[in-house]
Design a protein around this ligand. Sequence first.
Ligand code: G3P
Length: 217
Amino acid sequence: MKFFIDTANLDQIKEAQDLGVLDGVTTNPSLMAKEGITGKENIIAHYKKICEITTGDVSAEVIATDFDNIVKEGEELAALHDQIIVKVPMIKEGIKAIKYFSDKGIKTNCTLVFSAGQALLAAKAGATYVSPFIGRLDDISTDGLNLIMEIRQIYDNYGFDTQILAASVRHTMHVIDCAKIGADVMTGPLSAITGLLNHPLTDIGLEKFLADHKKGN
Ligand code: G3P
């Protein structure tokens, strides 16, 4: 299972990278704005900085919503760095663009996916990744993890290569449940990764080992 971090915060990306388990980064316009990164030039410079920190895939989202401009913007983003994955929204023009990018060998991440039907379309169009937003489904009292299960079954039935990128992951239990279901990737905040480290019995056990070692020396 690949671990992506869902942030545009360079310090957090560095921290996850330093842990040695980071496989990539996902961003979106809201995460960029949260870091105060605005304007095309600044956004492009920020993507380049992210690519310098991580060795994995970096999702960069298009803003355009019509085919011609999604293609123009996506090609510009893809040309920035070979780690860039063009993130395209799940809309009609987006699906057309994903098919276009797929035919040209440009990798894509189909974002804002909330149903199995949308995920099936993204795979048919040749998306590299599909991003079902599980946390946002949970927010509206719908079972986000069930969507991951449905997509896993559909993709396995037909051998689709599209990787399931469980997005809008909020906490460690989402990560563990996605791993049990067989999501190919999860993207979440730093806390969802570092939280996996924690268990009180680990802390108690280590404290005792160190105390016993001290007694014997
Ligand atoms: O990867 C999708 C993500 O950025 C959305 O997460 O927590 O805003 O629902 P969230």
